[in-house]
Write a protein that binds this ligand. Structure first.
Ligand code: NAD
Length: 443
C-alpha cells in the first residue's frame, strides 16, 4: 500500500455528546497507530474534564425521559443495532485489524460477539421480569420491579474493541440507564463506529455519549463525579483495584472484569491433537493479549516431552504479519509499551532459570513489517513460583510446568492470585461418557 493510500485512512475522531459530534474543548488530540506498520490510523480527542462535564449533564438529562420509555421499545432499537452490525461486519473487522492489530478471523469473531449481544439484549427488553412475593400482612401485595440505576460510566480496554463495549452498553441501555462511554485511545475507531450505529438506530440524544481520553484525566474524573451512579470497567487488575476503592467512597455500583493468570492442564491420557490446538489458539490468539489467554500449561510428566515437541512443531509454523492478511496467524502487540513488557518478562524468565525453548525475541522483516511483533515463546522447566508463572504478561509467552498427577496440577492451577480461566485435557472417565456422547451427537 502506498503512502498516499495510508494517509486516506487517517480519521479525525470526535466525541459524541448530547446527540452532537463535537471536537474536544481544548482541541488536543492523541495519535492512534496501526501496530503492524506504525502508520497513524486515527487522531483521537484527548478530552478534558470539561468535555466529560458536558457528557454527564447530557446523560443525566436524558435519563429523565429514557427511563420512562417501555423496555420492549428500548429493546427494538437494539434489534436495529444488531442488523446494522451484521451488515457492516466485514468492514468493522478490517478496521479493527488496522486499529489494534488482531488477525481478521478473530476480528470477525469480536464483531460477531457484538451482534450476538445486541440480539440477546434486544430480547431482554421483553424479559426484565420482576417478582411477586407472598406478604405476611393482610391486604398487602408485595412485588419487586426492576428500575434503572441512572448514568453508567463505561470504561473499556483496547483488546476487544467491539465485544467488550457491547457487553456493557447494551444491557445498560435496555434497562433504561444512560451511558457515558470512555474507550481506550489505543483502539478508538471501533468505539466511534459503534456509537455511530447507536445514533443511526435512533437512540435519543444524551442516552449514549462518547468521550475519548486518558484514564488519568477523563477516567479519574468519572470515578469522582457524583453524577455517575454506576461504573462498568474492564481492564487491568491494578486499575480495577483503584476504581473499586474510589467507587466505594461514594457507594457507586461497580462491575469489574480484570486480568488473570490462566492455565491449561494436560494429563497423560489427553488427546494431544486437541490439546495442541487448544493451547496454540488460547496462548497465541490475539497475540496473547486476552484476559483468558493461556499462559501456563500444567502437564503431567508422562506426556510432557511429547507435548513439548508437538507444540514446538506447531509454533514453528505460525505465521506472523499484518492482521488483514488472511494467511497470518499472529499479529503484532498493541504498542511499544506492551512489547517492552513482554521483553522484560522474558528476561525475568531467563534470569529465574526457566529454559527458553523457542521465541524470546522480536520479529521483524524489514520495511514491510516494522510493527511491534514478538515471536511466540515457550519456556520449560518452569517452577510455579517464578514470576513468569505468577504474573500476567499479556503477550505471546507460555510457561510449561511439569506435575506428577491431577491433584498437584489442580493445586498449582489455584496457586496464583487470580486464575480467571482454566481448562483440562484428559480422557473422560466412563461415568461421564453419557455426557460426552450427548455432546458429540449434538455437534
Ligand atoms: P488498563 O487498566 O490500563 O486500561 C483499561 C481502561 O481503563 C482504559 O480505557 C484506560 O484509559 C482506563 N483507565 C486507566 N487508568 C484509569 C483510571 N485511573 N481511572 C479510570 N480509568 C482508567 O488496562 P489495559 O492494560 O489496557 O487492558 C488490558 C487488561 O484488561 C489486562 O489485564 C486484561 O486481562 C484485562 N481484560 C480483562 C477482561 C475480562 O473480561 N476479565 C477482558 C479484556 C481485558
Amino acid at each position: 500500500m502506498s503512502d498516499s493510500d495510508w494517509r486516506q485512512l487517517i480519521v479525525r475522531l470526535m466525541n459524541f455528546i448530547g446527540g452532537q459530534w463535537c471536537e474536544p474543548i481544548e482541541g488536543r488530540y492523541d495519535l492512534d497507530y496501526n501496530p503492524a506498520t506504525f502508520e497513524v490510523y486515527a487522531e483521537v480527542p484527548d478530552s478534558s474534564e470539561q468535555d466529560l462535564d458536558l457528557a454527564l449533564n447530557a446523560a443525566r438529562n436524558a435519563f429523565k425521559t429514557w427511563r420512562l420509555v417501555p423496555a420492549p421499545a428500548r429493546g427494538e432499537m437494539l434489534f436495529r443495532v444488531a442488523h446494522m452490525l451484521e451488515e457492516r461486519k466485514e468492514d468493522l473487522a478490517k478496521k479493527m485489524c488496522l486499529d489494534m492489530g488482531k488477525v481478521l478471523v478473530e476480528a470477525r469473531g469480536d464483531v460477531q460477539e457484538g451482534i450476538d449481544m445486541a440480539y440477546y439484549m434486544a430480547g431482554e427488553g421483553r424479559r426484565t421480569f420482576g417478582q411477586t412475593t407472598p406478604s405476611e400482612l393482610l391486604s398487602k401485595f408485595a412485588m419487586a420491579l426492576r428500575d434503572p440505576i441512572g448514568v453508567a460510566a463505561i470504561i473499556t480496554p483496547w483488546n476487544f474493541p467491539m465485544a467488550i463495549p457491547t457487553w456493557k452498553i447494551f444491557p445498560a441501555l435496555v434497562t433504561g440507564n444512560t451511558v457515558v462511554f470512555k474507550p481506550d485511545s489505543k483502539a478508538p475507531v471501533l468505539a466511534y463506529e459503534l456509537v455511530k450505529i447507536l445514533q443511526e438506530a435512533g437512540f435519543p440524544k444524551g442516552t449514549v455519549n462518547l468521550v475519548f481520553g486518558q484514564g488519568k484525566t477523563v477516567g479519574e474524573a468519572m470515578l469522582a463525579d457524583p453524577r455517575v451512579d454506576l461504573i462498568s470497567f474492564t481492564g487491568s487488575t491494578q486499575t480495577g483495584r483503584h476504581i473499586a476503592a474510589k467507587a466505594g467512597e461514594q457507594l457507586k455500583r461497580v462491575s469489574l472484569e480484570l486480568g488473570g493468570k490462566n492455565a491449561i492442564i494436560v494429563l497423560n491420557d489427553a488427546n494431544l491433537d486437541l490439546a495442541v490446538d487448544g493451547i496454540v489458539w488460547s496462548a497465541f490468539g490475539t497475540t496473547g493479549q486476552r484476559c483468558t489467554a493461556c499462559s501456563r500449561i500444567i502437564v503431567q510428566e508422562g506426556i510432557h516431552d511429547e507435548l513439548k515437541e508437538r507444540l514446538l512443531d506447531r509454533m514453528k509454523t505460525l505465521k506472523l504479519g499484518e492482521g488483514r492478511n488472511e494467511s497470518v496467524d499472529v499479529g503484532p502487540l498493541v504498542s511499544q509499551e506492551a512489547l517492552n513488557k513482554v521483553e522484560r518478562y522474558v528476561a525475568i524468565g531467563r534470569g529465574e532459570g526457566a529454559r527458553l525453548e523457542i521465541g524470546g525475541e522480536r520479529w521483524n522483516q524489514g520495511a514491510d513489517s516494522p510493527g511491534w511483533y514478538y515471536l511466540p515463546t515457550l519456556f520449560t522447566d518452569v517452577n510455579p513460583s517464578m514470576r513468569i508463572a505468577q504474573e500476567e504478561i499479556f503477550g505471546p509467552v507460555l510457561s510449561m510446568i511439569k506435575v506428577k498427577d491431577l491433584d498437584e496440577a489442580v493445586r498449582i492451577n489455584n496457586q496464583v492470585t487470580y486464575g480467571l480461566s482454566s481448562s483440562l485435557f484428559r480422557k473422560i472417565p466412563p461415568r461421564k461418557r453419557g455426557m460426552a456422547d450427548l455432546t458429540q451427537a449434538r455437534a
